[in-house]
Design a binder for this molecule. Structure first.
Ligand SMILES: NC(=O)c1ccc[n+]([C@@H]2O[C@H](COP(=O)([O-])OP(=O)(O)OC[C@H]3O[C@@H](n4cnc5c(N)ncnc54)[C@H](O)[C@@H]3O)[C@@H](O)[C@H]2O)c1
Length: 325
């Protein structure tokens, strides 16, 4: 299955490396506004390089049908690339978030419906065994009804994005859209569509895109989620994420720093136990995600991240932002 990747920054390179170990996929073209960078990477991976998606779609034709386009551009450019790819006739995977503005998100969804194209949003946490585990705990009611999902995700002030687009809220949507949407999507995946929204934000003095945010989401089944996220931690702070799921008869905790690698902790009936996740799936969640995307295209089976769910995540962020004003 032939594909093109557009946007060869941090995520584009991560995806490119992952496809190299997925036998059913072949990246035939890469696109980046930075020509020198695109040429260098294309040489290394034996594919064609372009500075626009239109020209990549036409120059890569000789390699055969282009089945998919993988969009790893800064978030405000997702819409234009997704529409170009779908108009050409390709299916699409887009890095999270689906889009920054609701208009862009809805336009992508409508285009996919109108043309019958398949679009998956790369909400990578769904491809990590720890999150899969709690999804099954909630679904099976292993510990009774779920009451609360708390999640947190913190990093240094981002210094890695091209021209610091992550520092500008008008481009990234801010910390809540760029970073916290990972956990917001998981909360919705566990509990459904939220009905109540509250958020408090402390901003960075110089960078509108970076803040520390605490949110509460209320769900119809009387479950609550509280998501905390921040781009304000000092230099040297290790990227940290984790969660706590509290149910009627048990609780589960996990985080990236303090737990045994690959394990979660379950507390129930007076006992605490580590549950290893190490043998669940290969350790690289991006590889799991892209393997799933290619497999679902090939077998015409549903994506684990439904496009309406990705739209719900963007709508939830906008509702939380509205609750602050
Ligand atoms: N899933 C995750 O864990 C995760 C992590 C980081 C970023 N992301 C998402 O991935 C996307 C990309 O983020 P990133 O961190 O890789 O960004 P980045 O700044 O590292 O890279 C963006 C790349 O796109 C190129 N580019 C910019 N505008 C372009 C255009 N119009 N045409 C062609 N190329 C263009 C830039 O030259 C750069 O190489 C964003 O949507 C972001 O939210 C997801």
């Amino acid at each position: 299955m032939n594909g093109i990747i557009i946007g060869l920054g941090y995520m584009g390179k991560t995806h490119l490396q992952a496809y190299a170990s997925i036998p059913k996929s072949r990246i035939v073209g890469i696109v980046d506004a930075n020509k020198a960078q695109a040429d260098l990477v294309a040489k290394e991976y034996g594919c064609k390089s372009s500075t626009s998606l239109d020209s990549a779609l036409s120059t890569c034709k000789e390699e055969g049908t282009i089945s998919f386009v993988d969009i790893c551009l800064p978030s405000p450019f997702h819409r234009e690339a997704a529409i170009t790819a779908m108009d050409y006739g390709a299916d699409v995977i887009i890095e999270k978030p689906l889009a920054v503005s609701l208009d862009d998100a809805i336009a992508i969804v409508k285009k996919a419906e109108q043309l019958g194209r398949r679009v998956m949003i790369a909400h990578v946490c769904r491809f990590m065994p720890q999150y899969d585990y709690i999804k099954n705990v909630v679904k099976s009611e292993k510990f009774g009804k779920p009451l609360f999902f708390g999640a947190w995700r913190q990093s240094e002030v981002p210094g890695w994005s091209k021209d610091n687009w992550l520092h500008d809220r008008s481009k990234s949507g801010g910390t809540i859209m760029d970073l916290m949407i990972h956990d917001i999507d998981i909360a919705n995946w566990l509990f459904g569509s939220p009905k109540g929204f509250a958020a408090t934000e402390v901003g960075h003095p110089n960078h509108s895109g970076c803040s520390h945010v605490v949110t509460t989401l209320k769900y119809a089944n009387n479950a609550y989620a509280s998501i905390e996220g921040g781009h304000l931690m000092p230099d040297g702070y290790p990227f940290l994420s984790g969660f706590r799921l509290v149910c009627e008869q048990g609780a589960i905790e996990w985080n990236t720093v303090h737990n045994k690698p690959g394990s979660i902790v379950e507390y129930s009936k007076g006992n605490a136990g580590f549950v290893s996740m190490e043998n669940e799936t290969p350790a690289n969640p991006y590889l799991n995600e892209l393997n799933h995307f290619i497999h679902a295209l090939e077998t015409k089976t549903p994506f684990k991240v439904d496009l309406q769910e990705a739209l719900l995540a963007v709508e939830t962020v906008h509702n939380l932002l509205a609750s602050m004003s």
